[in-house]
Design a binder for this molecule. Sequence first.
Ligand code: GAR
Length: 196
Amino acid sequence: MGALRLGILGSGKGSNCRAILERIHDGAVAAEPRIIVSDMAGAGILAIADEFGVGSVYLPPGNFRTRLSPEAEMELVRMLRDAHVELVVLAGFMRVLKAPMLEAFPHRIINLHPSRLPKFPGLEAWKQALAAGEQVTGCTVHYVDAGVDSGEIIAQREVPVLPNDTPETLHARIQEQERQLYPEVIRRFAAERSAK
Ligand code: GAR
C-alpha cells in the first residue's frame, strides 16, 4: 500500500515540519511528504522543503488576512489532489480553512496548536496562558473543522508554566513538546492505515 501520503502547510519557520521530515527520514514514521505549501513567500518551511528534497509551492493567499481567497483555496485543493495527498498536516499554517478544503478532505486535516485546547484557541496561545496565570499549559493536535481550533482532539501534552517565564521561554518549552507530539501522532496515523 506504501507510505501515508502527506501534504504539509505552513506559514512560518517550519520547525515542526522539520521534526516530521526528520522522523520520516530516519524511518520512524511510515509517511511520504508529497508537497509542502506556504502562503508566505520566503517562509522558512519552504527552505526546509528544499533541504529535504520535497516539492514545495508558494501559494499567493489573496486579499483576506485570516483566510485564503476562495480562488486560492480551490487552487490548494487542486494541488493537494494532484499530489494524491491523504492527510493534510497544518504545521504553523496561520489561516482558517473554509469549505473547499474541509469538503475535499473531510476528517483528513490535522492541526497543531500551542495550548491545551479547548483552553486558549486563537493567536499566541502561550501568551494567553501566561496572562491568565496558568500553572500548566501545553500543546494539542486536533482535527480541523469549520471553527477556530475547535475540532476533535487527537492528542495533547502538558507543559509547566514556570514562575520566571517570559512569552519566549514558555513558547520554546511548548515547542519542544510539539516537535515530539506531532511526528508521533502522524506515526500512529500511518501505522493504523497500513494495518487496515
Ligand atoms: C507552532 O508553535 C504551532 O503550535 C503554532 O505555530 C507554530 C509554528 O512553528 N500554530 C498555531 O498557532 C496555529 N494556530 P513552526 O513554523 O516552527 O513549526
